[in-house]
Structures are given as structure tokens and as C-alpha cells.
Design a protein around this ligand. Sequence first.
Ligand SMILES: C[S@@+](CC[C@H](N)C(=O)[O-])C[C@H]1O[C@@H](n2cnc3c(N)ncnc32)[C@H](O)[C@@H]1O
Length: 374
Amino acid sequence: MINLFYKFNNIPKDHGPKNSHPTDRQKKFTLMATQFLITCKTDYEKILAREVALYNFTPQTKGQGWILAQANDETFTKENETQTIIPCFAHSIRENPIPVSASSVNSLTDELINLFTTNLGTKRITDSWAFQFSSSGSEQLIHRAKSVEKHWLDKLQKKMSRVAKLAREGIPFSASFAQGFFVHFTDFNQVFVSFKALSAGQQRMLMDPKSPSRSYLKLEEAFRIYGHEPKRNEKVIDLGAAPGGWSYSALKRGALVIAIDNGPLKDPVKLHYNMRHLKVDALKFTYDYPKPVDWLLCDILEKPEIILELLHQWLGNKWCNNFIINIKVGRNDPIVLLNKIRNYEDGLLPYCQSLHIRQLYHDREEITLMGQTK
Ligand SMILES: C[S@@+](CC[C@H](N)C(=O)[O-])C[C@H]1O[C@@H](n2cnc3c(N)ncnc32)[C@H](O)[C@@H]1O
């Protein structure tokens, strides 16, 4: 079993891009907790369970879109080894989930109000705080969660209007666990409640009707998670660019883009004044400039091992400062692939100042790598 934690020791904290989210390995889990409910895309539960096992968690139970995992003693207890990475397939991580069940909306609402007030105790809330009623699965379950949420908020409003006014929906996307009240429905009458949760940052993005393709959504989401995006006049190389959704996203930010693809680009990217299109094979393209390009974007439709080889060249030679790479996992084993990427000896990690790996909301059988080279 690979324990990734100790490998991240002594990595300085201040090397990420300015204003970016800290790298995953800098996110500290200083926990007394031993159990987590981790959510994921539906049908990825087994993969998530295998992934967290790599990081010394013991997966226990799973349902549609969630797993429960136990942190082993050695996962967190060794001195200076409390740093971890966010699992690629996790969407949210909830600490010490408490199971609550009740057979009607009213009784469940009452149970949840009791739990909230008991946990609050004599604490005084003066700042805004987070809450979420989520579910994975069917439309009915989503509807159930919404219905209980509404009743719960109404009751809270009646009971403690000042506290209710400070409630904000959603798990805030930040480097550390947010405190709040997080309810996840795993069945009609069964929820898990946590008072601390962490979002892995995936989010449905708004489509821009002018974009030449829907792939645009992936890059927009990746910029959000990475916390950093191309600035005006920064140079971007977009490998596998056609029809141009990713280039469009960079051009919108005022970047200067070289698109590399044998296929045709579409309007409005095609004739954009900050755009150059090279109709060449991206796998054979070599970057021959004294300074690294600010951004490498790569969305080539190719096998993962070929993209990894290409990345060894780009990141190993430091041809770029920042990178966003979409890898089409297809029928390959994603865990084998993650191991190859995160391997500290011959993976991509040695080239990286920061590396975030996620299955995005807009990814299908794909994963996205975001980071900065050393
Ligand atoms: C998923 S599409 C890219 C979509 C693009 N990111 C967008 O936002 O519109 C994959 C692209 O990879 C390109 N491609 C595949 N092999 C390539 C290669 N060896 N060199 C350059 N482009 C390649 C294809 O032509 C195709 O346009």
C-alpha cells in the first residue's frame, strides 16, 4: 500500500501561484475524527473506494454516489505527516457522519433541528455559517432533501431567527474543512449529518453560447479549482485545440493563444486577433523558446499513456509554468493511471510545485490535472 502522506513532508508552502488555492498536499487534515463520508459521481463509488485505500483509508460501506471510509491510525497520527491530497474522485468529504433516520419529513426535520441545537449548545453564532442538504441518486431523493431542507429552515427561522439569517447554502470551497451543518441523504428516510465538510471544488459551470464547444465548461471548472487562470497577454499553448472551446476560454481572458490541432477551428476563435493556429501533430511539436510558456492546455483525444509521455516532456523540460490537462481514461484502470501520475519516483510529481487531480463535474470518463511546474 502506498502512503502518499510522508512523501509530501518538508515541501514549502508558499510556492503556489499567487491567490491560488493551496496545493492539495498543503491542505492539512488535523483531525481527531476517524470516519468520513465521501461523495462522488454516481457509479464511481468502487473507484473512489479503491483510491482512498491508496491513502490508508479503509473503505467500509458504499451507496449510490457515496462511500464511508475509516482513517487508519497511521493515516493521520505520525508527526508532520498530517498532510494529504484530495482524492481525485471525491466531490465532498464530510467528517464524522452521524446517521439519522426517521420515516416522515416532519419527524426527520425535528430530529435534525434537535441535532443542530444540541451541537450548538451554548455557542454564540455571530458570523455567517454554512449548511447543505444534498443527496446522490434519484430525482425523488433530491426532492426529499429539498423538502426537508425547507421545513428545517422554516423551523430554524421560528426557533432562532438570528442564527437562521446567518445561514449560507453550500460547502464553501476552501483549503480547510468548513464548520456548519451538512446533511447528506443516502436514502428516503436515512441521512448522515456532519458538522465539518470540505468541498473538492467541482461545480456545474454556465455555458457561454459563443464558445465553439462544450469542452469550454471543463476548462472553466478547472480554473475555478486551480484558483488561477491566464491573465491578459499571458502566452497559452493549447494542444488538441479544435474546435476551440478551451482557446476561447483563454482568449476571453486576454491571453495570446497558439492552438495546435490538425482539425479546423470554429468562429469566433478562428479569426481572433490573439490567435495563431498551427496545423501540426501536437505529439511531435517541440517547444523551442528560452522562456517557458505561461500555460499549457491539453485536451488531446489520445490514450492516457501517450498523454503521460507527452507530459513528461512538457513538465520535465519545464516548457510551461502552469498546466491544465484533460486525460481520457476510457477503459483504462483509473487507479493504475493515478498511481503512475502521482508516483514520486517516475511520475509527474517530481516536476510539480503543485498538482491537483480531479474528476470534474463536466468530466465524463476523464480526469483533469491542474498545477504548476517547479
Ligand atoms: C476533445 S477534442 C478537443 C476539444 C477542445 N479542447 C475544445 O475545447 O474545443 C480533441 C482534439 O484532439 C485533437 N487531436 C487528437 N490527436 C491529436 C494530435 N496528435 N495532435 C493534435 N491534435 C490532436 C483532435 O483533432 C481533436 O480536435
